[in-house]
Design a protein around this ligand. Sequence first.
Ligand code: LLP
Length: 450
Amino acid sequence: MSGDLSQKIWPRGAFRDRNGVVCIGGISANDLVREFDTPIFVLDEDDFRARARQWRSAFEDSFGIDGVTVYYAGKAFISVAVAKWVSEEGLGLDVCTGGEFAIATSADFEPSRIAFHGNNKSLVEIQNAVAARVGLIIVDSFYELDRVAQTALAEEVVQKILLRVTPGVEAHTHEFIATAHEDVKFGFSINTGAAGEAVRLALASPHLELKGLHSHIGSQIFDTEGFEIAAHRVIGLLGAIRDEHGVELESLDLGGGYGIAYVEEDDPLSPEALAQRLYEIVKVKCDSYGLEIPHISIEPGRAIAGPSTVTIYTVGTVKTVELDGGRSRSYVSIDGGMSDNIRTALYDADYTAVLANRLSTESLSASRVVGKHCETGDIVVRDVELPIDITPGDLLATPATGAYGRSMASNYNHVPRPPVVAVSNGKARLIVRRETQEDLMRLEVPEGGS
Ligand code: LLP
């Protein structure tokens, strides 16, 4: 039964029971809140795992089982439990800091299936990654090329690397999450010749094995046009490398960035359609340069984690304001806000919310879901129709908060970060506990104390 919750934006299997209560993973929001309080991130484990499997099998169907590696981009959301699920579902893991790497290590994630990213990895991060024998380091700058080579020399290994290149593509997304145009901090520019120079240096280093190229054009992208332009330029570079050095590089990583539906109007491609489209793009470009299709990798983060999670909040106050033209708007304040979901404020992202703890047959009114932080921009859902009888103590649920929600959470206004509760088959368990005031106070160094 799926009640009236759209499977496009809610975790698979989420529904409203006959009392109108939102249920996720077979557990009602009311039960979850009784046990874990609010705000909470409720992560549907089966949904997460199913999406991980779906991305993997869609790409294996298009590129061949040995022709592709799907890395889960841990920056979307990572915890020890999640890293274990990713491993069990047979995906690789993309980490981009020592912190994400430490989680992977705690989860006993096989290092050879880890790809280490980042535009400014510290020497210690590089040393730990090389010492642990990570499968790939994605090198982002000339400094890093040197640092990885020196570290590999000291460790007496040959480190496999990809070079991150910027193909000069304007991706159709918010400017803060577009990454492949020229005026950006990431990678070696193809246009300026920096990428060609990095290839020369990498091929000449006895401590580096250049496996291939990496390009990530940005995030929350719905069309394949950007990927097509990027593939054209990056595969062009593979052709130029073959012509100059006589080597066909084995691997091409197309990055992540595949969009999801946050609201009904969003219309992302299915993994199957996307895999087929990317296969066609890569095939046509490789054919035109007379290249074999390289081993492809992709790094979806949001598309796996995002739809798996729902945030549940408690309503604290409701205020109605009169707008021009006789309209009005209800400001519904919840017990979280920009400290657990910065995306609306930062990227102008769209979300929706529903009354989660009961049925209401009242009429709907234009509403804005706002947080408890001291600023006007502390908005979680900019525009949503909510029943006019919403009242303090009611629960609101916001779907599709699994990616870049908890992972970008902050302690703004000294608000402790919410827990993550995994649900599956009617059972709930904490995988990240709630932060407490004591956790925050532990960082304080008493003044003048001994
Ligand atoms: N690979 C690389 C190299 C990346 O930089 C990223 C995201 C990904 C993969 C995963 O992208 P995804 O499939 O999750 O879109 N905080 C922003 C997103 C920043 C993404 C940064 N890099 C947001 O909330 O939209």
